[in-house]
Write a protein that binds this ligand. Sequence first.
Ligand SMILES: Nc1ncnc2c1ncn2[C@@H]1O[C@H](COP(=O)(O)OP(=O)(O)O)[C@@H](O)[C@H]1O
Ligand SMILES: [Mg+2]
Length: 248
Amino acid sequence: MEQNCHIQFKHVDKFYGENKLIQDLNFCIEKGEFVTLIGSSGSGKTTILKMINGLIPINSGEIFINNKNIANENMIMLRRNIGYAIQGSVLFPHMTVEKNISYVPNLLNKGDKERTRKTVKKWMDIVGLEKDMLSRYPDELSGGQQQRVGIARSLAANPDILLMDEPFGAVDEITRKQLQEEIKRIHNETGITIVFVTHDIREALSLGTKIMILQEGDIVQYDTPEKIKENQQNSYIKDLLGEYIDFE
Ligand SMILES: Nc1ncnc2c1ncn2[C@@H]1O[C@H](COP(=O)(O)OP(=O)(O)O)[C@@H](O)[C@H]1O
Ligand SMILES: [Mg+2]
């Protein structure tokens, strides 16, 4: 059967000078999938995310979103449909929480303040923030709260795809667990397609509907967590998963 891909790479190459990091990369991410991307440091995880939203140009091959080659798309419109959340706070420091979250909805709603207020409230609820935080500035929030505002802001733009690059890397263990629960719930409730980079194997196995494992720019295994726990394609994957397979 023909796959219906939301995000598709066909024969993609990416070179950094002499470093041929990615050669002939092919994959398909179906709509509504939650793909966790793992692999040792330098294996190309961040590069792949940034190729999806066009922040990093490719040397050859094609990238399709909704079956449209992104090379022919307007990058500003494309990125408006793709949320991007990274580690640490990326909030505008001189704007309140409300201003930060409402920035893009305000553009989309063309000044309809009531509608924007509703959008902000909805996303505050979904990421688990109290409304008394609306008037605070980023430096008046904890790291975990800032991360939640960042996620609310990327989701408030109503994207169909959310790219996350080690988004929970800088928060404490308890907050991390809460954020993992929130993102799982957001995924279930919205059906958004998520590509999530992490170096935390437990996080990758528990959040992903599929796990993509990278080794030096190559996909060495791309499958459900169950299948990956059952059978690892090579010793690199066995080492990477280590204790998490033996645990079961
Ligand atoms: N702008 C750049 N110029 C040159 N080399 C780069 C650049 N960005 C990344 N690289 C190299 O490409 C490789 C993959 O980087 P990256 O995608 O950031 O890996 P990961 O996110 O998996 O740690 C690394 O060896 C890195 O040094
Ligand atoms: Mg990275």
